[in-house]
Design a binder for this molecule. Structure first.
Ligand SMILES: [Zn+2]
Length: 91
């Protein structure tokens, strides 16, 4: 049986979310996906997983061209978390 998911466009264009990157994904490139969620832990969690078309099409997913951009985004994420921690404790 053929499954058609109308939420997943057939040939979408993805750009790397890495700071100062923004390269366009080619269909053969093996990229990564990152997203943040509060999940079940009631605190921000950073997810990283190998490319998956369905997850890639989800809202809020970051598309990452490689390790370097993943590291930059991870550091950005950690900075943001620290910053909001500081804001909370200084209140
Ligand atoms: Zn990149």
């Amino acid at each position: 049986m053929e499954t058609v998911n109308p939420k997943v466009p057939f040939n979408p264009f993805y750009r790397c979310a890495g700071p100062n990157c923004g390269i366009l994904k080619k269909s053969t490139d093996r990229w990564w996906l990152m997203w943040t969620s509060f999940g079940d832990y009631n605190r921000p969690v950073l997810y990283l997983c190998p490319w998956d078309e369905e997850i890639a099409a989800r809202e809020g997913t970051l598309h990452i061209c490689g390790e370097l951009c993943a590291q930059k985004l991870q550091s950005q994420y950690m900075g943001n978390v620290r910053e909001s921690d500081l804001k909370r404790s200084s209140r």
